[in-house]
Design a protein around this ligand. Structure first.
Ligand SMILES: C[S@@+](CC[C@H](N)C(=O)[O-])C[C@H]1O[C@@H](n2cnc3c(N)ncnc32)[C@H](O)[C@@H]1O
Length: 337
């Protein structure tokens, strides 16, 4: 049984979880009922009201760390430290110096809620509300896919010498949290962007990120299916970049809990063979791109030869691929002539 951080003796609540008491194991007085909705850190009272878990006024950081590690497992110590330091608004390296410092009831309640969420499998990025990409912090929540490090390869490739001109029009298709367009906009002040997503909710997150990174004036957000929202800009783009869903539908069930239970299905499901959207985009991008414009795509495991084949078949030249750090061909690009 995992003891709550403020406990020295065990007591089981109705749910089988140990309920918190004051340090020293003495049951605190003053449990009060509140007619409030349930949320982490609150337990239902028999009356149907929600009864606040009585939190001790003072608990030390070392007790909280120990409890968190026991709750999540020893392999997750780093995550526990990250969540605790984030909760306290301090640098993780400072935790070790302040182990006997006491935290307030508010911090305690927030930390316990976060650890509960993590214990259920929620990804760290959603709990923290942020994910680093291209050395920039992006706001993320369950409306968007959590950006993956391998997607940075698309940014690297787009910034390579393949695009010569200074003033460049870019379409970011399936923008999600906006990472691709925003990272490129930060790097190239003369580039302008249209970012498309079929999810209105994802576009809200992307727009928020563009605002916080100071590039909102150069990124226009449009809702819709692939290149359909770009009808009035046909033949206008120098680069179409996309990280579309590419997981075969039959593989979705086998994904890890943190992905399949939390990340949006719309950001994962690539159709029957995983290639439905990518193949459609290869077809549609031709009319968006100007002559000698580039299409740059992220792809999934085992998809490289068919995607290259389709691009060549549909008129792309200079078609190449590049592997990620695991040796998996992860991006493909080609030029329309
Ligand atoms: C794999 S996520 C990538 C998000 C972001 N570009 C990244 O790299 O982190 C794919 C995104 O494509 C969007 N999407 C799925 N189907 C789409 C479609 N038919 N047209 C436009 N966007 C689509 C999803 O909503 C999701 O935001």
């Amino acid at each position: 049984m995992i003891m709550e951080p403020w406990e020295s003796s065990s007591r089981l609540g109705a749910s089988g979880r140990t309920l918190p008491g004051r340090a020293g194991g003495k049951m605190p007085s003053g449990i009060t009922g509140f007619p409030r909705p349930a949320r982490p850190g609150w337990v239902p009272a028999p009356s149907g009201h929600v009864m606040r878990r009585t939190l001790p006024r003072l608990v030390t950081l070392s007790a909280l760390l120990k409890w968190g590690v026991e709750r999540l497992g020893g392999m997750k110590r780093l995550e526990v430290e990250v969540l605790l330091s984030e909760c306290l608004g301090c640098n993780r390296s400072l935790l070790a110096l302040e182990l006997e410092k006491e935290v307030t009831a508010d911090h305690l309640e927030q930390f316990v809620g976060w650890i509960d969420r993590r214990a259920q499998g929620e990804p760290m990025a959603y709990i923290r509300g942020k994910k680093e990409f291209w050395s920039l912090d992006f706001y993320v929540d369950r409306r968007v896919l959590i950006p993956r490090p391998e997607t940075e390869l698309l940014v690297e490739q787009a910034l390579s010498s393949m695009i010569k001109s200074e003033a460049v029009n870019v379409a970011d298709i399936g923008t999600g949290s906006g990472v691709l367009g925003i990272a490129l906009a930060k790097e190239r002040k003369g580039w302008n962007f249209v970012a498309v997503d079929s999810s209105k909710e994802a576009l809200e997150v992307a727009a928020q990120n563009a605002q916080s990174h100071g590039v909102a004036d150069r990124i226009e957000f449009r809702e819709g299916d692939l290149c359909a929202p770009l009808q009035n800009r046909r033949g206008n783009f120098d680069l179409v970049v996309a990280n579309l869903p590419y997981i075969p539908r039959s593989d979705l069930e086998g994904l890890s809990v943190d992905v399949k239970n939390y990340e949006p299905l719309q950001a994962l499901d690539g159709g029957a063979d995983g290639l439905e959207l990518i193949f459609r985009l290869v077809q549609e991008a031709r009319s968006c791109l100007q002559s000698r414009g580039w299409l740059l795509l992220e792809i999934g495991l085992g998809q490289v030869s068919v995607v290259i084949g389709r691009m060549k078949q549909l008129g792309f030249r200079e078609v190449h691929s590049r592997e990620d750090l695991q040796g998996i061909p992860r991006i493909v690009w080609g030029q329309i002539v």
